[in-house]
Design a binder for this molecule. Structure first.
Ligand SMILES: [Zn+2]
Length: 351
């Protein structure tokens, strides 16, 4: 029986055989397959239409039906650029077998709002978090150097802080007890330096640092990662490899060394749970697990509904057998804040 991950690969291969609009439609469907909430086989068993699925119209539906009727005899190897991605259907099945795991989750540590390139307001995404019974979320809009994503400068970040204070005041009066943490996805240059003034960063609860440039380099990038981890302002390294499904393979590094350094500094590396990122992936998470590296889960949500992507990260961590006490999002809020403050104090002593 073909799984949604198998269908994704078949769709991606079909896209490579087609041209123009058809190629794009197959490519889009391949990417969407990771988001389909149920397995295609289940839909078919329930006599439901495949066009219920995102990016599946009548044409693609017929193609999928052909594959169901006559499964391709020998599966072609999945190229690296599409390997080690979990589908939402698969993630949910896995999480259902270990319900205690997902129950540990208290929050989400990467999301974007209208302040940069997201579509919701802080209040809207906090509401979505309350519906998920979270204790906290971190708002991580892009920083000023990333102009293409509407990055914000120190003044805007300060104004955003005022808005967060107001949202927190309103939230504390409602039934759902979500605390909105002040954070940022600070753009890091390939030397590991950020683009925001230290004073501005010190006013935040947490700082996520991410690379958004020179992501197609093929040489080893270990030094870049070590520098980013040693940046005294960074708590969490976001979407570490910079891979994107069927688009970019991501950077190479001596990962055991990177994870060991993160461990030494007590910093965290992220699982960006966005379906076509899933970065760190299971393969690297296993190495991180061996080094006891702290792991942060962030959906990278750009719409409030995308908080559901967290299941992909939970499933990846579970598969890689990451210990629960290594996951930042399993910490109560106070413990999380203490950890963040401890890293800051440490950086101060070193100076
Ligand atoms: Zn990013």
């Amino acid at each position: 029986m073909l799984s949604n991950t198998n269908f994704a690969e078949l769709l991606a291969q079909q896209a490579e055989r087609e041209t123009g609009i058809l190629s794009r439609a197959f490519r889009r469907a391949a990417r969407s397959a990771f988001l389909w909430p149920v397995e295609v086989s289940e839909l078919v068993a329930q006599n439901r239409s495949l066009t219920e699925l995102r990016s599946v119209g009548p044409f693609i539906s017929r193609q999928i039906q052909n594959w169901i009727d006559k499964p391709p005899r020998r599966a072609k190897a999945v190229p690296k650029i599409r390997r080690d991605f979990i589908s939402l259907a698969q993630a949910r099945r896995l999480l259902a077998t270990q319900s205690t795991w997902a129950n540990n989750l208290r929050g989400d540590l990467q999301m974007h709002t209208r302040w940069s390139d997201g579509s919701g307001t802080i209040a809207e995404i906090a509401d979505a978090a309350a519906k998920r019974s979270y204790q906290y979320i971190a708002i991580t809009d892009h920083s000023k150097a990333l102009k293409i994503a509407g990055g914000i400068d120190e003044r805007a970040l300060k104004r955003q802080g005022t808005e967060i204070t107001k949202v927190n005041a309103t939230m504390s009066k409602s039934a759902g007890q979500v605390t909105v943490l002040r954070s940022i996805e600070m753009n890091l240059n390939p030397h590991g330096d950020g683009d925001m003034a230290p004073d501005s960063l010190r006013s935040l609860d947490l700082v996520l640092g991410s690379f958004h440039s020179a992501l197609r380099k093929t040489e080893d990038q270990t030094e870049r990662y070590l520098a980013a981890l040693r940046n005294p302002h960074v708590h969490i390294l976001g979407h570490p490899r910079g891979r994107i499904y069927n688009f970019r393979a991501g950077l190479k590094a001596d990962w055991p060394r990177v994870f060991a350094e993160a461990g030494r500094l007590d910093k965290a590396l992220e699982i960006d749970c966005y379906p076509d990122r899933q970065d760190l992936n299971v393969e690297l998470l296993k190495i991180a697990g061996d080094h006891g590296t702290r792991i942060s889960l962030g959906t990278d949500a750009h719409h409030p509904w995308q908080l559901e992507f967290i299941d992909l990260g939970l499933a990846a961590a579970l598969r890689a057998k990451i210990a629960g006490d290594r996951i930042l999002n399993f910490m109560p809020i106070l413990e999380l804040k203490v950890w963040a403050q401890r890293l800051r104090n440490r950086a101060r002593f070193k100076r």
